[in-house]
Design a protein. Structure first.
Length: 328
């Protein structure tokens, strides 16, 4: 474990607290992000700073409660959130060996042929694993723990309070999938989605109940100019936890047809993340990502990409046959 601790220490020291000119971390914003994350309106990366994903989350929550949709934490919205006022935005945790245990893949080539040779697309280092568990980034963890340069088993650090109220995951979930859900602090008590709506104009995925009411919402990366979102009515075929991914040059427009098809092994750094929600539109799905900080910013190969923790939560809300609408 000394070697693991040294890796974490190096990353903490090297991690920048934010981009030059970035606004300072705001505890009130972090409280709002943590609250919305907890109740299913994903604010994206929890970092104590406002942005497009937080605005989307507020709009989704406001719509779900029949409030005026402003995307701002106005008085009516804060009153509606009053029931979660006691939720602590950050919490101190003492790291144990399980929190830092691998396996890890320190070097991941961008070449698909090299990725296919790996035993798994695991986290590159312990701090990356910790950051995903607390729905944030290594840089934010460094910022929350100034002066901490040497952590290992027994070290106490401050993290966003993303602990779920329950880890009673479905009885038919495999042990590996349960472990993934627990490692990502995914809430087990989630409502059943009667329908999923992916809205290209808003850049969000919404889960609706049987009455058409929004019950969850997440910022998503949706298609690209080369691979636009296939508008129309589809449905969920099945959910594949911890999937591998077939890199097929024949259907990926950004990859030369001269390349050989490759099977990329499972892991949180797999291009489709920790879960693939397969859709009736061939080759399309809703899935996670290896780069959560790019959600809502970068383009995708036509699919709908979420953070790993949001994709896992959506996966618990749907089943085979759940309707999915892609709209502009």
């Amino acid at each position: 474990m000394k070697r693991i601790a040294a890796i974490v220490a190096l990353t903490l020291t090297a991690a920048a607290p934010g981009q030059p000119g970035a606004p300072p971390m705001d505890p009130a914003v972090m409280r709002l992000q943590v609250t919305l994350d907890r109740i299913g309106f994903g604010p994206g990366i929890i970092d104590g700073r406002s942005g497009a994903s937080l605005i989307n989350a507020l709009k989704g929550f406001q719509e779900s409660r029949g409030l005026t949709v402003t995307g701002q934490p106005d008085r009516a919205t804060m009153q509606a959130l009053a029931g979660w006022r006691g939720l602590r935005p950050t919490i101190a945790v003492t790291l144990d060996r399980d929190a830092l245990r691998g396996p890890y893949t320190p070097v991941i080539s961008k070449d698909y042929a090299e990725q296919a040779k790996l035993p798994g697309m695991y986290y590159k280092r312990p701090l990356e694993k910790l950051a995903e568990r607390f729905h944030t980034t290594p840089a934010v963890l460094a910022e929350l723990n100034p002066g901490v340069t040497n952590i290992g088993p027994g070290t106490t650090i401050t993290v966003p309070n993303t602990f779920p109220s329950s880890r009673a995951y479905p009885s038919d979930a495999t042990p590996a999938w349960r472990a993934t859900l627990a490692a990502l602090n995914v809430e087990a008590k989630v409502p059943v989605a009667a329908k999923i709506v992916v809205d290209k104009s808003d850049g969000v995925l919404r889960a609706l109940d049987g009455n058409g009411r929004v019950i969850a919402q997440y910022t998503a990366t949706i298609g690209s100019s080369r691979d636009p979102l296939p508008l129309g009515d589809w449905k969920v075929l099945h959910v594949s936890p911890n999937p591998d991914w077939k890199m097929n040059p024949k259907i990926l427009k950004g990859v030369s047809d001269d390349k050989q098809a490759q099977i990329i092994p499972p892991g949180p750094n797999n291009p489709v993340g920790v879960v693939w929600i397969d859709l009736s539109k061939e080759h399309y799905g809703i899935h996670g990502t290896s780069e959560p900080q790019q959600i809502g910013r970068a383009e995708s190969n036509g699919c709908v990409r979420l953070t790993n923790w949001d994709a896992a939560r959506v996966a618990l809300m749907v089943k085979g046959g759940t309707p999915v609408l892609f709209q502009a």
